[in-house]
Ligand binder design. Sequence first.
Ligand code: ADP
Ligand code: ZN
Length: 230
Amino acid sequence: MRTPINLVVLGPPGAGKGTQGVEFARRRAIPQISTGDILRDAVKSGTELGRRAKATMDAGRLVDDELMIAIVRDRLSRQDVAAGFVLDGFPRTVAQARALDGIMTGRPPLIVIDIAVPDDALVGRLARRRVCGQCGQATSVDLAPGSRCDRCGGELLQRSDDTESVVRERLRVYADATRPLVDYYSDRSSFRAVDGNQSPAEVGSALADAVEAVLADRAAARVAAEETGA
Ligand code: ADP
Ligand code: ZN
């Protein structure tokens, strides 16, 4: 089996975490786990979780740590993550990051990639974002001037939290609660930042290169440790 890749994709709302995470996971044939998608599915199907999360999401705030940690702990206990996974939207707070480190004890270490995008690019991106109601593919009104998904023909919708006022709140919450995670992870050898202010294809190859670089470092460290007899 290939080395499991346990990848966390960090970045502000609108950085392209979802698009990149889905594509990376598809190529590697590993599950992509988006806590935003899990919550939106719960809202759609009207479960207890969905009822608890809806108002918080519509306000652009964060669902509580305890609940999110329980969801991710449960998801990462399933067998299909043995070959690796891509986590998008979690962790979003330092408390979530600490809990994730606990969950990962005894497993292949996380690879953390931050998709960095300047703030002033994000508001416009999110306002122009549309999501296919049928297959979930995200696109931009710039690329899809019609109202149909180019992959499946489904109807393109705007997420209820992509309106300008909610976007501003999400960016504020990101700056407060989530950006500190860059510091939390940045001194690890498995952390890399990639420039998210380029085309999706370019971000995708930068992301794939960054993951390969971390794996190469890890392999080199293993060889060095063997040579010193450690
Ligand atoms: P974005 O496009 O902003 O990255 P997501 O789809 O990841 O958005 O998440 C949408 C909303 O779901 C968030 O604004 C938040 O309310 C909730 N959410 C998702 N993941 C988490 C998490 N790990 N902790 C708390 N709230 C979360
Ligand atoms: Zn579609």
